[in-house]
Design a protein around this ligand. Structure first.
Ligand code: ZN
Length: 167
């Protein structure tokens, strides 16, 4: 029974993400590989496209340009300075942290660029915007998604979503 990666499969991967200079930006936890729903836009489009048709045990080196990754920088999005006091007291503010904020356009994500004394510098752009992504991926497992996972558009169970009481 050989499985290949296609839409509506739940795929388990180990990955390392580097930039064009070879610096490591991110990687999966060796004790808890990442699971994603193929075709569910859970991962960046360029990586999803390059994993299509792969099978268990395959090692894939995928170079993803910004346009198929986190997008090109938007010059209209300028970093903003926000007083630390406008965050919840227990918020663990650190570089790269993502949070949601309410605007006239609805809820939008913001990322912390820097904490500077009483001021937090935030940006509306993902920290990997404009970055060419170099993934090294090992395909660990492939299974069919359940109906509930397809309806939700994400993976459930270990390595996936755990719905709390808020949902
Ligand atoms: Zn769900």
């Amino acid at each position: 029974m050989s499985q290949t990666i296609s839409d509506n499969k739940v795929v388990t991967i180990d990955y390392v993400l580097r930039n064009a200079a070879g610096e490591e930006l991110d990687k999966s936890d060796p004790d808890a590989p990442m699971l994603y729903l193929h075709g569910g836009h859970n991962i960046v489009p360029g990586l999803e496209r390059q994993l299509l048709g792969k099978t268990i045990g395959d090692e894939v080196v995928a170079v993803v340009p910004p346009a198929e990754g986190y997008g090109e920088p938007d010059p209209r999005l300028k970093p903003m300075r926000v007083p630390k006091s406008s965050f919840p007291k227990d918020a663990a503010l650190r570089k790269g942290m993502q949070f949601m904020t309410k605007t006239e356009q609805g809820m939008v994500p913001l990322w912390v660029i820097k904490v500077q004394g009483p001021t937090v510098i935030v940006s509306g752009e993902h920290p990997l915007t404009g970055v060419e992504l170099h993934f090294t991926v090992k395909v660990i497992d492939i299974r069919d998604a359940t109906e509930v996972e397809l309806a939700h558009g994400h993976v459930h169970g270990p390595g996936g979503h755990h719905h709390g009481e808020e949902e």
